[in-house]
Design a protein around this ligand. Structure first.
Ligand code: NAD
Ligand code: ZN
Length: 408
């Protein structure tokens, strides 16, 4: 099949977002063949990250409709466009929203993972020509793609700069590879590369979704002594502790005290590293206030719902040696670092299994939105072939937690 479909459009199933906040609609779409530097891939499985939810809810620009969301996935190369030599049909690949062209000053520098050759934008359009490869079957009306990936569809087209090949030595299961496509890599990378957490340090993690818990895991791997988790959802305490959190704060249970006051009291002045993993500018300010004078560092990972939403930090407080830095994809260079994380998983140094709390078939994708927005899952793996969900013991039809899924 991989050979016979090359150079022709493929008609397949997609979950299309037509109206902000409304359930995705299952429709037939035509996926154009890849152009130069592009690769068409068959999605094996995808999962839902909070960034998809943020854009699914967003009424205004930069959200655009109709669109195919989804950016955490694992797939197999179906066909390649001209100039593509890095991957071939049949290769297992992980798409990443953030690119690595390999040639720009940023890709050539150890100081940056923000590729300036193909700059990342929260805007639709393929990175080189701004057009889409998706159209409704029948009418031909175009459908926008989403942050260079669009994985809520059986086949998608991705620029080769946004693909990581997992070679034969890195054969990790697709659902685990999928986690490395965004959320877990972002969190682990932020602790390793952006903060470079030091042994014995104190860390505060605001928001214990997959990103925040991956920060906790990365911080633990780097030897952090205390990892304080902050979340409004009390269910995150138990799973957080299994994944490296040493103390838990529910902002609703502080007797009216600001979380930053509680953290300063607990740590004798503030945490060495504070991570915002929610997407709230107010929480970013609180994270900053929780950081220690002299060297406290706040790392912002959350994607706020307003692209230009300002972050307010007291001017005299930043004079006291604290710093704030933001990060896309946890400071990781996809092609260089995702294979390293896959190897760490194979070497049993990186926990991925715990992040998969639910699995379902593609037709039930709206159920994954319910689970994530209700705080009931970390990652729900959506198998394009519902049978794979069945093989994994979850029926593929109904939303069922995995045996070790503890959040429902
Ligand atoms: P998630 O929905 O799984 O987790 C968010 C957690 O925050 C939940 O446990 C929720 O209960 C908690 N929370 C919400 N509001 C809170 C508040 N006011 N105080 C305390 N806790 C609160 O999300 P996720 O998939 O882990 O993503 C987390 C954030 O990271 C999102 O903003 C997402 O867009 C962003 N993200 C950024 C990057 C990047 O490259 N920078 C990559 C992936 C995800
Ligand atoms: Zn994401």
């Amino acid at each position: 099949m991989e050979q016979s479909t090359a150079k022709k459009p493929i008609r397949c199933k997609a979950a299309v977002s037509k109206v902000a906040g409304q359930p995705l609609e299952m429709v037939e779409v035509d996926v154009a063949p890849p152009r130069a530097h592009e690769v068409r891939i068959r999605i094996l499985c995808t999962s839902l990250c909070h960034t998809d939810v943020t854009f699914w809810r967003m009424k205004d620009f930069p959200a655009m409709y109709p669109s195919i969301l989804g950016h955490e996935a694992a797939g197999v190369v179906e066909s390649v466009g001209e100039e593509v030599v890095e991957v071939s049909p049949g290769d297992t690949v992980v798409p990443v929203f953030s690119g690595q062209c390999g040639d720009c000053p940023d890709c050539l520098s150890d100081r940056s993972n923000i590729c300036s050759g193909l700059p990342f934008r929260f805007l639709p359009g393929m990175p080189r020509d701004g057009t889409t490869r998706f159209a409704f079957a029948g009418t031909g009306e175009p459908i926008h793609n989403f942050i260079n990936v669009s994985s809520f569809v059986e086949y998608t087209v991705v620029d080769v700069a946004h693909l990581v090949r997992l070679g034969p030595g890195l054969m990790i299961p697709p659902d685990k590879a999928c986690l490395l496509s965004c959320g877990v890599s972002t969190g682990v990378g932020a602790a390793w590369k952006v903060a470079a957490v030091e042994p014995g340090s104190t860390v505060a993690v605001f928001g214990l979704g997959a990103v925040g818990l991956a920060v906790a895991q990365g911080s633990k791997m780097r030897g952090a002594k205390r990892i304080i988790g902050v979340d409004l959802n009390p269910d995150k305490c138990e799973i957080g502790k299994r994944m490296g959190i040493t103390e838990f704060i529910n902002p609703n249970d502080t007797g009216g005290k600001a979380v930053s006051e509680v953290i300063k009291e607990m740590t004798g002045g503030g945490a060495d590293y504070c991570f915002e993993c929610i997407g709230s500018t107010a929480v970013t300010a609180e994270a900053f206030s929780s950081s220690r004078m002299g060297w406290g560092k706040t790392i912002v990972l959350g994607v706020a719902s307003g692209a230009a939403a300002p972050i307010s930090i007291p001017s005299y407080e930043i004079l006291r040696g604290r710093s704030v830095v933001g990060s896309l994809f946890g400071g990781l260079k996809p092609k260089t670092d995702v294979p390293l994380l896959a190897q760490k998983y194979l070497d049993e140094e990186l926990e991925l299994d715990e992040f998969v709390t639910h699995e379902m078939g593609f037709d039930d994708i709206n159920g994954a939105f319910d689970l994530l927005t209700q705080g009931k899952c970390l990652r729900c793996i959506i198998w394009m072939d519902g049978a794979s969900a069945k093989e994994n013991g979850n029926g593929g039809v109904n939303v069922k937690p995995k045996q070790n899924g503890t959040l429902v």
